[in-house]
Structures are given as C-alpha cells and as structure tokens.
Design a binder for this molecule. Structure first.
Ligand code: CA
Ligand code: CA
Length: 257
C-alpha cells in the first residue's frame, strides 16, 4: 500500500467538504482533477536500440522519494517495470516563471510517468497553464512548452519523440541510438552543468562506496554499482552543457530545489 502526499501544499483545496451519502452508483460526481500523461526516457537507462529502459535498480530503490517531496511507496521494488523515482514540477507559464507544485512519481521502463500505484496518471486539482518540468537525480532537467491543464481532461506531454519537446536553445534532449530522445545523464553534483567535475565526483565515489551495490546518485549508468564506467559518462555529452543556456533561473535546474 502506498501513501501519497503529492498535494501536501494543496491540502486545504484537496480536502472534500461534502460526503456522498447515497450508494447509487448511477450518480456520477463531477471530475475534480486534471490528469498528466508524461513520457520521458533517461539516457542512462537506455541501451543501444532498446526502446525500454533498464530496471537495474530494482531491489535498491528507496521507499522514500529522493527529492524531499515527502512521498512514500513501500512497494516500489515490487511494482512491475519501475526504473526509478522521478520528479515532476508545474511552473508558472507567465512571467516571472517559477516552480508552483512538485510531485514525486514513478518512471516505468516504457517511459511513462505514473503515480505511486504504478499505473495511474498524475493528477492535479488546479487547472491552468503551466510548463511541465521533469527532473531526475543524475540527469539534466527539462522543461516543456506551455501546456494547459483542465479539470476532467488529460494533457499529454511526450519528451521522447522530437528534439523540440523540451524548450531551450542547445539540445536539452539527447538523441538516443534508438532514434528517440532522452534526458542527458551525468549531472551528479547538481550544479546545472555536465562537466569533468561530475566525472571526478564519480571517481571519488568509487573509493567511498567500495563497489558495494546500492542506490547512488553517482551511479550514472544505473546498474547499482559505482565503478570506472560511471566516470566516463560525461564525455558522451556536451561538456559545456549548462543550464544557463536554457534560461533556467540560477540553481533551479537541480533535482533538489
Ligand atoms: Ca554537474
Ligand atoms: Ca554504475
């Protein structure tokens, strides 16, 4: 059984003040939420021409979300096809652009971002226009163009199909060998940049982790261990890939802010 606190900052507005007294199932209550159908690939979890991501972290994924949103999912290592925790944010579409809501969710191997039951779309009680931001603990963050959320409707955002699905001027999505697009891996130290510094951090982590399997941010290729393979990942990305090129407010690209 999972417990969601996605809307902790909306607790008052999400709390029903009306109790349904009748058991007549023909009575249909009006919809209360907008739904989000988001698709994204992580570069680290895609191998070659595969179109499904690796689930190599199964067994070591923490039951508490790593982004500090406050979501717990005790079954995360037994829900089928889970790749990892992933963070979704809704940003204000108007100026000043800023983060309004945060969700921690599950990423499935087919690219679907789902609620912590492993199958449902994310839902949100406040309709409006937003940028959809996706963050992962060792990948560069991405932001969609402005989309509209309407109560009772599902909004689809697919970051896998083309390079322009994420806004920004310098390839915010990586063109994968399988022909689709994914988030750039290698952002270990959360400074909104993928550089030699991230590789050095992984080198240092080899010593501290001692090849013990686990759940580590510096396990870039997401195979449970930190070894020499994790120190080279930055080299397959643009070493000058900086979040500032994409108009992110300083520091806001990181998974933990
Ligand atoms: Ca970095
Ligand atoms: Ca690794």
């Amino acid at each position: 059984m999972c417990y969601s606190f996605f809307f902790c900052n909306l607790l008052i507005s999400c709390t029903k003040n009306v109790k349904k007294e009748s058991t007549d199932e023909s009575i249909v209550e009006p919809p209360t939420h907008a739904f989000l159908d988001i698709n994204v690939y992580l570069q680290a979890a895609i191998s070659g021409t595969n179109t499904e991501m690796s689930t190599g972290l199964t067994g070591v994924i923490p039951t508490n979300d790593p982004y500090g949103v406050g979501v717990t999912c005790p079954d995360i290592n037994t829900i089928p096809d889970v790749v990892d925790w992933i963070k979704v944010e809704l940003w204000r579409a108007e100026i000043p652009k800023e983060k309004l809501y945060s969700f921690s969710a599950l990423l499935l191997k087919n690219g679907k971002i789902v609620d912590i039951d492993g199958k449902s779309f994310l839902k949100h009680a406040q309709e409006g226009n937003y940028h959809i931001v996706v963050k992962h603990r060792n990948h560069m963050a991405i932001m969609s163009a402005e989309v509209s959320l309407k109560i009772g409707s599902t909004t689809s955002v697919d970051f896998t199909q083309n390079a322009t699905a994420a806004i920004g001027g310098n390839s915010p999505l990586y063109h994968l060998t399988n022909g689709f697009y994914g988030m750039h891996y290698g952002e270990f130290n959360h400074d909104c940049d993928i550089s030699n510094t991230d590789g050095q951090e992984a080198w240092d982590a080899i010593t501290s982790h001692g090849f013990t399997p686990g759940y580590f941010n510096d396990d870039f290729n997401m195979d449970k261990v930190v070894n020499v393979n994790d120190t080279y990942v930055y080299s397959s990305n643009d070493p000058d890939y900086k979040a500032s090129l994409y108009g992110w407010p300083a520091g806001s690209c990181t998974p933990y802010k």
